[in-house]
Ligand binder design. Sequence first.
Ligand SMILES: CC(=O)[C@@H](O)[C@H](O)COP(=O)(O)O
Length: 257
Amino acid sequence: MPVFYGTDIASSLMLGTAQYPSPKVLADAFRRSGAGVATVSLRRESAAGGAGRAFGDLIRGLGVPVLPNTAGCHSVRDAVTTAHMAREVFGTDWIKLEVIGHPDTLQPDPFGLVEAARILAADGFKVFPYTTEDGVLAGRLLDAGCRVLMPWGAPIGTGRGLANPYALRTLRAQFPDVPMVIDAGLGLPSHAAQAMELGFDAVLLNTAVAKAGDPAAMAEAFALAVRAGRLAHGADPMEPRDMAAPSTPVLGLAVLE
Ligand SMILES: CC(=O)[C@@H](O)[C@H](O)COP(=O)(O)O
């Protein structure tokens, strides 16, 4: 199971907490899937009035580590301020760092991300950066003090699965000892299984579960897929090949006359 900043995590499935039809459905999805981490947007938690407080209580009551995030932040300053507020509200120095670079693609801003990561790591935060599959950027984030990386599968909310498996495989091979979570863009359990088969440590998703017709059933389906992918990776899968190869032995065949 994954270990993030020295903390053992019970499951490789990490779930977001936004967009569910009701708080009960959210709690059911977590219970049924056994998800190991809950990520929560500080902006939602700090919503005015009792609703924000009740939501915070619900999240803390899930019984899993909380990973506050800076979703919706488009600048270094915004992300750093939000991280500081999250540390106070949730009493954790974990922060999923999002610095969004484009309003349509929700692509991470690589320059702002490294700058914010450096500031936050120097200030004692344990930073989980939402990044692309770029290996040079990954190196810069590690230099900045990140000890976990969260490369995207595809843009947030698209449900497209792994858009660039080749680059993700390369990134995994480049930093074999760094815990890595595929974050965002997963739409189906098979996408999560593929990520785990590639050797990633965990997946983080929100929309695919929250927007499913039956979120709790979909969360369980993702949990099963994550387990299958992890098992398959550990079982040393065969290499694909171009030429056909008979799977039935040709020696010792019975001769029928
Ligand atoms: C909840 C959260 O942190 C999102 O920003 C995350 O990246 C999930 O993305 P999907 O909704 O595409 O699963």
